[in-house]
Design a binder for this molecule. Structure first.
Ligand code: DQA
Length: 151
């Protein structure tokens, strides 16, 4: 049986400013606080997580390519690249592991330009609107689904 235990967590552009960036929309936690919540869950689930943030589209793609053969899945909040990036869409389809798209806010309840996700058709699933819990909900669901499929 394969142990599904390594996951890449990616935060995209402007998420390094969480805590002070539009807290009414994104909450008051910093990116480090969110990573701590993810790490706390990783202990419970007995998985390893590697968390990165980048403001650069190509850097996010490089991280996903570099994780090939090293991770069992990826959780990405691509920030505004969600709505624009065909390159990230193609990357998600190109890598062999499943990717989950997450958003702190409910993008469907916001400005019309946020209603379209370029990543949506490429990802295994999407979770939006639970604040930092979007990340932990995604990690838990992905780990459970992979382990169930392996059982
Ligand atoms: C976001 C939603 C995006 O529309 C926005 O550009 C972000 C954050 C979210 O987590 O709610 O940067 O991905």
């Amino acid at each position: 049986m394969t142990l599904r235990n390594r996951f890449l967590i990616l935060h995209g552009p402007n998420l390094n400013l969480l805590g002070t960036r539009e807290p009414g929309i994104y909450g008051s936690l910093t990116i480090h606080d969110i990573d701590e919540h993810i790490r706390g869950l990783s202990v419970e689930l007995e998985v390893d997580v590697e968390c990165h943030q980048s403001n650069h589209e190509g850097a996010l793609i490089d991280l996903m390519h570099g994780a090939i053969g090293h991770v069992d899945g990826c959780i990405i909040n691509a920030g505004a690249y969600t709505h624009t990036s065909i390159a990230l869409h193609d990357c998600i389809k190109a890598v062999p592991y499943p990717t989950i798209e997450v958003h702190l806010s409910n993008i469907h309840a916001r400005e019309p330009f946020r209603h379209v996700s370029r990543l949506g058709p490429a990802v295994r699933a999407s979770i939006a609107g639970f604040g930092w819990r979007s990340y932990t909900a995604a990690l838990r669901a992905l780990v459970e689904q992979l382990r169930e499929a392996d059982a």
